[in-house]
Design a protein around this ligand. Structure first.
Ligand code: MN3
Length: 212
């Protein structure tokens, strides 16, 4: 099976004190994310994906529009979750950002609080399922955006994501019930590992190392 479910970079109970309980991570990583990986592997032969990287598959599926949706739904969600697990940590949260990231957020987005407000707004206003993003846009500037369902800024051609928050109900229902705004506040203030985000900014995005 070419695509694999990467292990979480922390124990499933590690984020419980920060608002993401063990059961959420067990279900979200072990069941939901794993199902996307299994489904994507089932499409490799019929969709001619062999030999392509996950990032290439996501970009090409996005460019294919409606015809690409069956692949994008699975490949996008695999990519999105690989990123999502990495940008949270038991040491996450707080407002102390690495200097280069803080400076870029100041210059491109008007400061940390303005960024948080925009990111939360993107997540709250994504109708139904989807994702809120901090991306490096095509012009090199940081931007906040959102995408529906399994799409992401690579599939839409908007840029490279360096922070993403899953706003599908399965991401927050056990911890926050229906109150998505509180989940987004908690994510931004208690879960985000800013060192990881800064590292992704330096590298120009995430290389998952996953390929068909
Ligand atoms: Mn999810």
């Amino acid at each position: 099976m070419p695509f694999t479910l990467p292990p979480l970079p922390y124990e499933t109970a590690a984020l419980a004190a920060q608002g993401m309980c063990q059961e959420t991570l067990e279900l979200h990583h072990g069941k939901h994310h794993n199902a996307y990986v299994t489904a994507l592997n089932g499409l490799i032969e019929s969709k001619g994906l062999a030999g392509k990287s996950l990032e290439t598959i996501v970009a090409e599926a996005g460019q294919a529009g409606a015809d690409g949706l069956p692949v994008l739904n699975q490949a996008g969600q695999h990519y999105n979750h690989v990123l999502f697990w990495q940008v949270m940590s038991p040491n996450g949260g707080g407002d102390k950002l690495p200097g280069a990231l803080a400076a870029k957020i100041d210059s491109d987005l008007g400061g940390l609080q303005a960024f948080k407000d925009a990111f939360k707004q993107a997540g709250v206003t994504q109708f139904g399922s989807g994702w809120a993003w901090l991306i490096i846009g095509a012009d090199g500037k940081l931007k906040v955006t959102k995408t529906p369902n399994g799409a992401n800024p690579i599939s839409t051609g908007e840029g490279q994501p360096i922070l993403g928050c899953d706003v599908w109900e399965h991401a927050y229902y056990l911890d926050f019930r229906n109150v998505r705004p509180n989940y987004l506040d908690n994510f931004l203030n208690k879960l985000v590992d800013w060192e990881v985000v800064a590292g992704l900014m330096d590298k120009g995005g995430l290389s998952t190392g996953q390929a068909a």
